[in-house]
Design a protein around this ligand. Structure first.
Ligand code: NIG
Ligand code: FE
Length: 391
């Protein structure tokens, strides 16, 4: 069944030629036709073709649904006391992850599933239509595989993060843990995962150095997984260059970068995914998006929703932070949260609204994408449900 969507004051297509020639490909007074879950037509409302049904949005803006390319949604417990301690001056070094690992191992499937589905519901209510979900709070063969099986219930974009931190029972035995992660744990997890990720952060006593990170990524790649890296979150270090060298789809955080890191991101095809909610919730300096954009790197924005370093499910919140604190224009931030994040997942069917793309639509209760940062904290965005949904 086809649906003609009208009353679109501004359509963000992310297709420069379909719109005004800018990266957002803006159309004003626009309409689009959705057929069988895909965009079948878009253009000026006065030239709209007929369709089986009609939906009038009454002068709102329509954007591609947000692509949240970095989350950790399978976890037990919560760490609000750790957040409060940070706001009173404590530093974040990843040490709290062990508490979530304990709570996750102790939780039953139903508890984890209920939390996961609730968070995905929150995201959808704020305009997110594609979400990546990582494991990383199980850190045993059975608990990592369980997390990925649950994650697969909500998304194809599942990421094996056995290399999140060294679990306490392996203290002083990193080589043995690496043998587990690159051996039996990878074998059990790869069938449920599209990606492998590692927390490459020599500045954290809990995370992995360059050699250990390389071993995990190379093993994951040999098992058929695409690569992602948590890098340069707490200090300058090897994460970004390792990610670019190995051809990772994305390196995430990028808070502390030196000149060669920026040059590598500008030259390689690894997306720099920035997670400003983390800097908000850890009181670290924000990453310098302006420097990356001016160098020619592809920048994505995502939430990193997790119980420790950043417990927001809101892409609009992250987008507003990126505009206010990281030197991005509203247009650049919208592009990064849609097209940029789709690139970080190597997806061409989402993150834009060209003909043939998935009809994943975010509707803004405002006339322009600029309102996302102009009216921060106001619940303006939601995903649009249409007959037949998107596929
Ligand atoms: O992306 N950096 C490592 N992992 C998560 C934090 C996880 C946690 O603190 O529970 C992150 O920030
Ligand atoms: Fe993360």
């Amino acid at each position: 069944m086809s649906t003609l969507v009208t009353g679109i004051a501004e359509l963000v297509s992310n297709d420069p030629e379909a719109g005004d020639g800018t990266p957002l490909g803006l159309l004003t007074d626009a309409a689009l036709v959705v057929d069988d879950g895909r965009i079948a037509w878009l253009g000026p409302a006065k030239r709209a073709p007929a369709a089986d049904t009609r939906r009038d949005l009454g002068g709102r803006a329509v954007l591609p649904g947000f692509v949240d390319s970095h989350t950790h949604l399978v976890f037990g417990g919560e760490r609000s006391a750790e957040f409060a301690a940070r706001m009173a001056g404590e530093r974040y070094d990843g040490g709290g992850i062990a508490a979530t690992v304990r709570a996750t191992r102790d939780a039953d499937d139903e508890t984890l599933r209920a939390r996961l589905h609730a968070l995905v519901g929150e995201m959808r209510a704020q305009g997110t239509t594609t979400v990546e979900v990582k494991s990383g709070y199980g850190l045993t063969v059975a608990d990592e595989a369980r997390a990925l099986r649950l994650a697969r219930e909500v998304t194809e974009e599942t990421t094996f993060l056995g290399g999140h931190v060294l679990p306490p029972e392996y203290a002083g035995r990193v080589d043995e843990y690496l043998a587990l992660v690159t051996g039996p744990m990878l074998t059990a997890c790869a069938p449920h995962a599209r990606w492998v990720d590692v927390f490459c952060e020599p500045a954290s006593p809990h995370a992995f150095d360059a050699d250990a990170s390389r071993a995990i990524l190379v093993a994951g790649q040999a098992a058929g997984l695409g690569l992602r890296v948590h890098g340069n979150q707490l200090a300058e270090g090897p994460g970004v260059r390792l990610a670019v060298e190995l051809g990772a789809a994305s390196v995430d955080h990028c808070t502390f970068l030196d000149g060669p890191d920026v040059a590598a991101l500008a030259e390689g095809d690894t997306v720099a995914t920035l997670l400003p909610g983390v800097e908000f919730a850890t009181r670290q300096p924000y990453p310098d998006a302006r420097r990356l954009l001016d160098a020619g790197a592809t920048v994505a924005l995502a939430t990193d929703c997790n119980p420790g370093s950043c417990f927001t499910s809101s892409m609009p919140f992250c987008l507003a932070l990126a505009v206010r604190e990281m030197g991005m224009t509203p247009a650049e931030a919208v592009w990064a949260a849609t097209s940029g994040a789709a690139a970080a997942l190597r997806r061409t069917d989402v993150g834009h609204l060209g003909v043939g793309a998935r009809a994943d639509l975010a509707v803004l209760d405002a006339p322009s994408h600029r309102y996302l940062a102009y009216r921060p904290g106001v619940p303006l965005t939601s995903a649009l449900d249409l007959p037949g949904g998107s596929r």
